[in-house]
Design a protein around this ligand. Structure first.
Ligand SMILES: [Zn+2]
Length: 69
């Protein structure tokens, strides 16, 4: 369960904001499952993005993509 423990500890992933193009970090909710979608305001331009996040156990990492809401 080591992989799972790491995934649940402090997930951080990065995406390029579709509004301003800046790279922004996001933290998928560990309790939300390994595939989730949520709305989050860009930390740079404060516009809402729809984040699609999925966890890859092989890579032990989250991959995220964002699109404008
Ligand atoms: Zn932005």
């Amino acid at each position: 369960m080591l992989v799972l423990a790491r995934a649940l500890s402090c997930p951080v992933a990065f995406y390029s904001c579709p509004h301003c193009g800046e790279e922004v970090d996001t933290s998928p909710d560990p309790g939300g499952g390994f595939s989730q979608q949520y709305v989050e305001d860009c930390a740079v331009c404060c516009r809402p993005n729809v984040i699609s996040a999925s966890y890859d156990p092989d890579e032990d990492d989250w991959s995220v993509s964002a699109e404008a809401e």
